[in-house]
Design a protein around this ligand. Structure first.
Ligand code: NAG
Ligand code: NAG
Ligand code: NAG
Length: 162
């Protein structure tokens, strides 16, 4: 029995990275009663300690299957009409943890959608990464009335300073 358990344990760690207790909090544009709103989601998938060659021991979390990827160049000061998310997708703009968000206020759940403003003196580059089959990653909403506050990223701060 002990033998069986330890070989199970070994095969688990041989096959997978080591799961950590923390998971990613990500700001999302969700919708409630037909209106878009900011939310903070804590994803269900935990960070793992990576076994990937080149980044061994760093913290990694899988965001799910994706469909394709679009590169957008938005001029400085650009202010589009209020709009909904064309599909459930991850958005990544300029460096920083809060520049990766998830947009889930698709027209079937949000009547008007959301606005954007692109400040700064240069253009904004952002990548749109639709999920496969419009699925959204498993998560729980940890804040219903605003984006993730800075303390929702504090575990990342700890990792970046080693
Ligand atoms: C990217 O994927 C989305 C759906 O996941 C689809 O609507 C869109 O047409 C795709 N774009 C291209 C250029 O294939
Ligand atoms: C986006 O995901 C939400 C939550 O699963 C779902 O209600 C909505 O229908 C999805 N949007 C589309 C366009 O499939
Ligand atoms: C996400 O928020 C939870 C508490 O809601 C916290 O325990 C966890 O450390 C946060 N994750 C990161 C990466 O900071």
């Amino acid at each position: 029995m002990a033998m069986q358990l330890s070989s199970l344990y070994l095969s688990f760690f041989a096959a997978f990275d080591v799961a950590l207790a923390t998971s990613l909090n990500i700001t999302a544009i969700g919708a409630k009663d037909g209106k878009s709103r900011f939310e903070c989601w804590e994803l269900a998938a935990p960070f793992v300690s990576s076994s990937q060659d080149g980044i061994v021991g760093s913290q990694t979390t899988f965001l799910g299957d994706v469909s394709n990827i679009t590169y957008n160049v938005i001029p400085s000061g650009f202010e589009p009409k209020v709009h909904s998310a064309p599909r459930n997708h991850t958005v990544m703009a300029t460096p920083g943890e809060s520049s990766v968000i998830f947009a889930a206020d698709t027209p079937d759940v949000s009547t008007e959608g959301h606005g954007n403003y692109f400040p700064g003196i240069t253009e904004t580059i952002f990548l749109q990464i639709p999920t496969k089959d419009n699925a959204i990653p498993e998560h729980k909403v940890v804040r219903e009335d605003g984006p993730c506050p800075a303390n929702k990223y504090e575990a990342l701060r700890g990792w970046s300073t080693g």
